[in-house]
Design a protein around this ligand. Structure first.
Ligand code: GDD
Ligand code: MN
Length: 368
């Protein structure tokens, strides 16, 4: 199997060259290393580029313009390698906390599993050199996430993980919402939920000797909150659909109120008023859907005229479906009241509009 080791770096100049050389000692000849650097001010990328000639076609660097967090770095790494010949991806830190000597053990296990997790929290695993507080945070974080998520993986927060390509497909990387360290938890939870065969192998995690950890209070708190969002992302469609329906209902109310004011009170012609009301209601729906119904997937996109226009288009498509279904029912069935046919029409139009909205207008574009 072809292994690609992905190493995210931010200011790892003291570690990266030595780590690359050590990792190459432990991986088969058909394996490669990809360093994903976020424009480290200390010149990590230059250090990597200097050793590339020693490992032609095996050592690669992906330079990104700015620090965007661990999740973005890994997602960029996976998509960089996606169309290559790699069948297995390994995530590991640049600071020697993850000992490369475990890679052969992981490779052996990946033969019969889809994910292999380097675990500190199982028998024979552990941590060396962490303060009591840092240890408590990590253990507590793992336990908290295990309880909230109902996921049996013992080391949910760890970052030394091997994935078969098929596991990454099941996880659906495009559904990942984490930006920071909760990424590791989310990956494992989704692998578990999608039925991947997961194996934990014991590792001793050693605290870094060189450079600084990028873990901060902010990142930690973000992870605590994210767990709850992660919990819902594997069955979001129903909740989104209900919000979408409520949004549509509110839009209808807005439409009727303005129509009443302009057409009934102020006696404007009802055709242009109706068109205007439609546009106002659709615009309201657009913003409600962006900031509420689909808020989870739109976190990293901004509303735009183009998206609004496509939403209008799909709303009109929904209307066309509504009219067609209503008419077909009236023609083919002996309905007592036409409004019953219209109710089915509205439902069909809503579903069509929802599907277009979810898969096109408000789609999460952060990954493949
Ligand atoms: N490209 C990029 N961009 N790399 C980053 C970024 C970023 O924004 N933030 C961190 N890194 C890199 C670091 O350079 C390092 O190689 C690796 O990601 C891990 O960062 P550390 O700062 O060393 O993390 P840690 O030691 O505090 O955390 C480790 O333990 C956590 C808890 O168990 C990591 O293994 C985490 O993944 C793990 O969740
Ligand atoms: Mn570290």
């Amino acid at each position: 199997m072809n292994l690609l080791v992905i190493i995210p770096t931010y200011n790892e100049i003291e570690n990266i060259t030595k780590l690359i050389r050590t990792v190459f000692d432990f991986i088969p000849v058909n394996s490669g290393i990809l360093v994903v650097d976020d424009n480290s001010p200390d010149g990590t990328a230059k250090a990597v580029e200097a050793v590339i000639p020693d490992y032609p076609e095996r050592l690669f660097i992906l330079n990104r313009p700015e620090k965007q967090g661990l999740a973005a770095a890994y997602l960029a790494g996976f998509s960089w390698g996606w169309n290559g010949s790699w069948d297995v991806f390994l995530e590991m830190d640049a600071d020697f906390s993850h000992d490369p000597k475990y890679i052969p053990v992981m490779l052996e296990q990946i033969e019969t599993h889809e994910a292999v997790i380097g675990s500190r929290n199982i028998k024979e695993g552990g941590v060396e050199g962490w303060s009591f507080a840092r240890n408590a945070i990590s253990k507590g974080g793992s336990l908290y996430s295990r309880i909230v998520l109902g996921c049996p993986v013992m080391d949910l927060t760890g970052g030394f993980n091997m994935w078969r390509k098929s596991a990454l497909e099941k996880i659906r990387l495009s559904s990942i919402i984490s930006q920071g360290y909760s990424f590791q938890i989310e990956m494992k939870y989704k692998a578990y939920r999608s039925g991947c065969r997961i194996k934990e192998i014991p590792i001793i995690f050693k605290d870094r000797k060189q450079g600084k950890s990028k873990m901060s209070k902010k990142i930690f708190l973000e992870a605590l909150v994210n767990i709850w969002k992660i919990r819902n992302t594997d069955k979001p469609a129903l909740g989104q659909f209900l919000k979408f329906l409520v949004t549509g209902g509110l839009g209808t109310i807005t439409n009727l109120v303005i129509f009443f004011l302009l057409a009934d009170m102020l006696k404007f012609n009802e055709i242009p008023v109706s068109i205007g009301c439609f546009l106002i209601a659709v615009t309201q729906n657009y913003f409600f859907n962006h900031f509420w119904s689909f808020s989870r997937t739109t976190a990293n996109i901004k509303p735009s005229f183009k998206k609004w226009a496509s939403f209008v288009l799909f709303s009109l498509t929904g209307l066309a479906v509504n009219i067609t279904v209503m008419k077909l029912i009236i023609i083919n069935f002996d309905v007592l009241y036409k409004f019953i046919a219209q109710a089915f029409g509205i439902a069909a139009g809503m579903v069509v509009n929802f599907i277009f909205s979810k898969t096109i207008v408000f789609k999460n574009k952060s990954a493949k």
